[in-house]
Design a binder for this molecule. Structure first.
Ligand code: C2E
Ligand code: CA
Ligand code: CA
Length: 756
C-alpha cells in the first residue's frame, strides 16, 4: 500500500470520527454541545484538505487543498476559542464574560489575507516531487503563510494560557478536566510545529488534531466526573445529622458516617466491629425486606430507622443503606406539645377544650346519667388584688389538687380563670361530701391559713345532645344569683333559672331597639338642700317595655353590666340628661343632674371623651352635670380611676362618690379620693340598729365636712330622718321623702311649683 493510500484511509477515518462525534455531541443534553460539535466539524476541514493534497493529480487541486487546510486551521482556532471559553468559564459566567474579540478578529483577518493568496501569490507556491511513485506538490511558504502561522500560534498560545490559568485556579478534583486537554493541545501543537520545520511531505500532525477533537468530545460530552460525585455525596452524607450505614450487596457494612460512629459509641471508624455493635444495639435489622422504616424506643431515646435498597437495574441490588435518626428531641417536644394542648399550664389538670371533648365522648358512649358541675372560687379577683397573683395561683393549684384526690369517676378540668368543671355519673355525685369538703377548703400560704369560699352549680344532664359548653353554662347560671352568699352551697339549675335566662336573653336582644325608640329613658329623682329646696336630680334609667311594661333598673342594669351592654345604655341616658340640661338653660339655669357611670363603662369607652363631647354638643356648663362613680368602681385600678376623676374635676365637673359605705372601703380611702360630694348609702338609714348606724352616719358626715367634701344622704324617707340628718350637718338629701324618681316633665312641674 502506498503512503498516499495509507494516509487517505487514516485521514478519512479521522474525518468520519469527527463527524460522528459532532452528531453525538449535538444529540447530547450538555450545554456545551454546540461548541464541541463546531470544533469537531472544524477539525474535519484540514483533514479533508490534507486528503485532497496527498491525492492531488494537478498543482491546481493541490493548491486548493493547501488553501483549504490553512483556512481550516483558522476555523479551528475560532471554534477552539469558543469552546475553550465555554469549557473553562461555565454556563453562568459565559454570557457575562469578556470574550477575546481581538483574537477572533486576528483569525478572520488572516482568513481574508489567505483568501487573497491566489490573486497576489504572497502565500504559497508549489514545487513538484515524487512520493512513493506518484507526483506530489509540497508547498513553499511565502510571507502570507508565515503571517498565518504566527497568527495561529498566537491564538493557540492564548488558548493554552486559558487552560493553564483554569487549571491553576480550580480544586484538585477538576484538574484532569483541563490538564488532559492541555496536554493533547500541546502535543498537537508540537507535532504541527515539527511538521512545519521538517520537510516531510505528508502532514502527520493532522492525526494529532483529530485526536484533540476526540479527546475534547470525550471530556466535554461523555465523561461523568464520578470521583467528583463520590466526593460530593460522601461529604453530604457525612454532614447529615443522622447516622448512615452503607451495606454492599452481601449485606456487609462498607461505610459509615461520623454520626454512625457516635451512635455506636465508637471514637473512630473501626469497620470490623461496626456490624456487631449495630446489631447489639438495634437488633432485628437484617432480613426485613428491601425497604422498611420503623420507630424504636431505647431507654429514653427515640429513633427512626429507615432502610433503603439501591438498584441500578430492576433485578439485582447494588447494596443498601440504613439511616438512623435520633428523634428524641422532636418526639419529646411533640409529647409536651400534645400534653400542653390538653392540660392547663398552671394546675396540670385538663384544660377546657380537652375536658369538653373527653366529656362529649364519654357521655355519648355511656347509658348512665351524668351531671355537669361548675365550681367558682368566690371573690377570686379580690383574692388576687389583696394577696397578690402568686396567692391566687396557690388557690387554683389547691383546688386542682382537691379534684385530683377526690374526684374518682368522670372528668374534671379548669375552665377559665377561677372556674373549674367536673362531669361525673349522677350515681357517683355525693352532694353532701362535696359540699362538706369544699366549704372547708383551706389554703396555706406563707404560714397562714386562708379559708376559700366556693360556689358550686350543678346541671343534671337531661339532654345529652347539648353542647358541653352549654351544659356548663347552665351549671354556671345556677350560681350567678348567689354571688353575695358567703356559704359554699350547691345550687341546681332548674326551670326558674331557665326562665330568668330566657328573659335576660330577650331583654338583651331588645336593647338596641329600646334605645332607638326611647323605651329606655331617665327618670329624675330630686335632690334637696338643707332648706328642702330642690337643687338638682339624679338621672335613673327606666324601661317602658312594650310587652313587659315598666321595668325597674334591677331587672336590666345588672344584666347589661354582666354582658357589657351597659355602656350603650349609659351613653343614652347621659345624652338625655345633657339634652334636658340644655333645655333648662333659660328656665332652670342652676339645677344640676347627676348621671351614673358604671365601672364597666371604663372598659368599653373613653368615658371622659364621651361626656366632654356631649357637653360641647349641647353647650352646657360642666358644673351642672354631676358624675356619680360608685365606691366599688374605685377599688380596681384605683390609680387610673383617680386620674380620671381628677380630669373630670379639672374640666369643671362635680364628682360624686356613690353608695359610700356599701362596699368594703374604709374611711381612710376618702382622703385619697378626688371627689366633691359623698353619697352616703341608704343602707345606714334603713338599718334596724338605728343608734349604731346613726353614729356611723354622723361620723361620716363630720369627716366629709372636714375633708371639704359635701355629704349627701340617700334613701331619706321621712321628715324625721331629714331633720336628724340636718342636725348632723348633712348638706344634700335624696329620697322618697322628697320624691320618687319621676318623668322629666313631672320633675319640671315640681321645680316650677317650688319656684312659686
Ligand atoms: P343608685 O345609683 O344608688 O340610685 C339610687 C336608687 O335608690 C334608685 O333606685 C332610687 O330609686 C332608689 N331610692 C331613692 N330614694 C329612695 C328611698 O327613699 N328609699 C328607697 N328604698 N329607695 C330609694 P333605682 O332607680 O331602682 O336604681 C337602682 C340602681 O340602678 C341605682 O342605684 C344605680 O346603681 C343603677 N342605675 C339606675 N339607673 C342607672 C343608669 O342609668 N346607669 C347605670 N349605670 N346605673 C343605673
Ligand atoms: Ca347613683
Ligand atoms: Ca346610690
Amino acid at each position: 500500500m502506498s503512503i498516499q493510500q495509507k494516509y487517505t484511509i487514516i485521514f478519512s477515518n479521522l474525518a468520519v470520527l469527527q463527524i460522528i462525534c459532532a452528531i453525538l455531541a449535538v444529540r447530547s443534553d450538555k450545554h456545551i454541545k454546540k461548541y464541541t460539535a463546531c470544533l469537531n466539524l472544524s477539525i474535519t476541514i484540514p483533514i479533508v484538505a490534507n486528503i485532497i493534497i496527498i491525492r492531488a493529480f494537478s498543482p491546481g487541486i493541490s493548491l486548493f487543498g493547501y488553501y483549504l487546510s490553512y483556512i481550516g486551521m483558522d476555523v479551528i482556532m475560532i471554534a477552539m476559542l469558543g469552546f475553550t471559553n465555554m469549557y473553562c468559564k461555565g454556563v453562568d459566567d459565559y454570557k457575562s464574560h469578556q470574550k477575546p474579540y481581538p483574537l477572533y478578529f486576528m483569525a478572520i483577518a488572516d482568513m481574508i489575507q489567505l483568501a487573497l493568496g491566489p490573486v497576489f501569490h504572497h502565500v504559497v507556491t508549489l514545487e513538484q516531487t515524487m512520493l512513493d511513485g506518484s507526483v506530489f506538490y509540497p508547498d513553499v511558504a511565502h510571507i502570507g503563510l508565515t503571517i498565518h502561522r504566527i497568527v495561529d500560534y498566537i491564538i493557540f498560545g492564548c488558548i493554552l494560557l486559558i487552560y493553564i490559568v483554569s487549571m491553576l485556579k480550580c480544586s484538585k478534583l477538576y484538574r484532569a478536566k483541563y490538564s488532559v486537554i492541555l496536554v493533547t493541545l500541546i502535543l498537537s501543537g508540537t507535532t504541527q510545529f515539527a511538521f512545519i520545520s521538517s520537510k516531510i511531505p505528508v502532514d502527520r500532525s493532522v492525526i494529532a488534531h483529530g485526536a484533540v477533537g476526540i479527546i475534547i468530545f470525550y471530556f466535554s460530552i461523555i465523561r461523568r466526573p464520578l470521583r467528583l460525585l463520590d466526593t460530593m455525596l460522601s461529604n453530604v452524607v457525612s454532614g447529615l445529622n443522622d447516622a448512615v450505614f452503607v451495606f454492599d450487596n452481601t449485606n456487609r457494612i462498607v461505610w459509615i458516617n461520623e454520626q454512625a460512629c457516635e451512635l455506636l459509641d465508637m471514637k473512630e471508624v473501626r469497620m470490623g466491629i461496626v456490624r456487631e455493635k449495630l446489631f447489639d444495639k438495634f437488633k432485628n435489622i437484617t432480613n426485613r425486606g428491601e425497604n422498611w422504616s420503623e420507630n424504636r424506643v431505647l431507654g429514653d431515646k427515640y429513633y427512626i430507622l429507615e432502610k433503603k435498597t439501591v438498584k441500578t437495574n430492576q433485578k439485582y441490588s447494588d447494596g443498601s443503606f440504613l439511616v438512623i435518626k435520633d428523634d428524641t428531641v422532636r418526639h419529646n417536644e411533640m409529647e409536651k406539645e400534645i400534653f400542653n394542648s390538653m392540660h392547663d399550664n398552671l394546675t396540670g389538670i385538663y384544660n377546657m377544650q380537652y375536658l369538653y371533648s373527653r366529656i362529649r365522648n364519654e357521655i355519648q358512649s355511656s347509658d348512665k346519667d351524668f351531671c355537669a358541675i361548675f365550681i367558682n372560687i368566690k371573690n377570686f379577683k379580690l383574692i388576687n388584688d389583696n394577696f397578690g397573683k402568686s396567692f391566687g395561683d396557690v388557690v387554683l393549684i389547691r383546688m386542682a389538687k382537691w379534684m385530683k384526690t377526690n374526684i374518682k369517676s368522670g372528668f374534671y378540668g379548669r375552665l377559665v380563670a377561677d372556674t373549674f368543671g367536673i362531669c361525673m355519673p349522677k350515681e357517683d355525685f355525693d352532694e353532701e361530701f362535696i359540699s362538706q369538703e369544699l366549704s372547708n377548703l383551706v389554703v396555706k400560704f406563707r404560714n397562714m391559713e386562708h379559708k376559700i369560699n366556693i360556689h358550686i352549680g350543678v346541671y343534671d344532664i337531661l339532654d345529652k345532645s347539648l353542647d358541653v359548653s352549654i351544659m356548663f353554662d347552665r351549671a354556671h347560671f345556677a350560681i350567678t344569683d348567689i354571688e353575695e352568699n358567703y356559704k359554699t352551697v350547691i345550687h341546681y339549675y332548674n326551670e326558674d333559672i331557665k326562665k330568668v335566662l330566657l328573659e335576660e336573653q330577650r331583654l338583651a336582644a331588645n336593647l338596641e331597639v329600646a334605645l332607638e325608640t326611647d323605651q329606655i329613658r331617665p327618670y329624675l329623682q330630686p335632690i334637696a338642700d338643707r332648706d328642702g329646696r330642690i337643687v338638682g336630680a339624679e338621672a335613673l334609667a327606666r324601661w317602658l317595655h312594650p310587652d313587659l311594661g315598666y321595668l325597674a333598673p334591677y331587672r336590666f342594669i345588672p344584666l347589661f353590666e354582666k354582658n357589657g351592654m351597659i355602656t350603650d345604655l349609659d351613653v343614652h341616658i347621659w345624652k338625655h340628661a345633657c339634652r334636658t340640661l340644655s333645655k333648662w338653660k333659660e328656665t332652670h339655669p342652676d339645677t344640676f343632674i347627676s348621671i351614673n357611670i358604671s365601672p364597666k363603662d371604663f372598659y368599653f369607652t373613653d368615658v371622659i371623651a364621651e361626656i366632654n363631647t356631649l357637653v360641647e354638643k349641647y353647650e352646657i356648663d360642666p358644673h351642672l352635670l354631676r358624675i356619680e362613680i360608685t365606691e366599688t368602681a374605685m377599688m380596681t385600678e384605683s390609680q387610673e380611676r383617680i386620674r380620671i376623676l381628677n380630669e373630670f374635676r379639672k374640666a369643671g365637673f362635680i364628682v360624686e362618690m356613690d353608695d359610700f359605705g356599701s362596699g368594703y372601703s374604709s374611711l381612710n380611702l376618702l382622703k385619697d379620693m378626688p371627689v366633691d360630694v359623698l353619697k352616703i348609702d341608704m343602707q345606714f338609714l334603713s338599718d334596724e340598729n338605728n343608734s349604731k348606724s346613726n353614729i356611723i352616719i354622723d361620723s361620716i358626715i363630720n369627716l366629709s365636712n372636714e375633708l371639704d367634701i359635701t355629704p349627701l344622704t340617700e334613701g331619706v324617707e321621712t321628715e324625721e330622718q331629714f331633720e336628724q340628718l340636718r342636725t348632723m350637718g348633712c348638706e344634700l338629701f335624696q329620697g322618697y321623702y322628697f320624691s320618687k324618681p319621676i318623668p322629666v316633665k313631672d320633675f319640671e312641674r315640681l321645680l316650677e311649683s317650688g319656684d312659686e
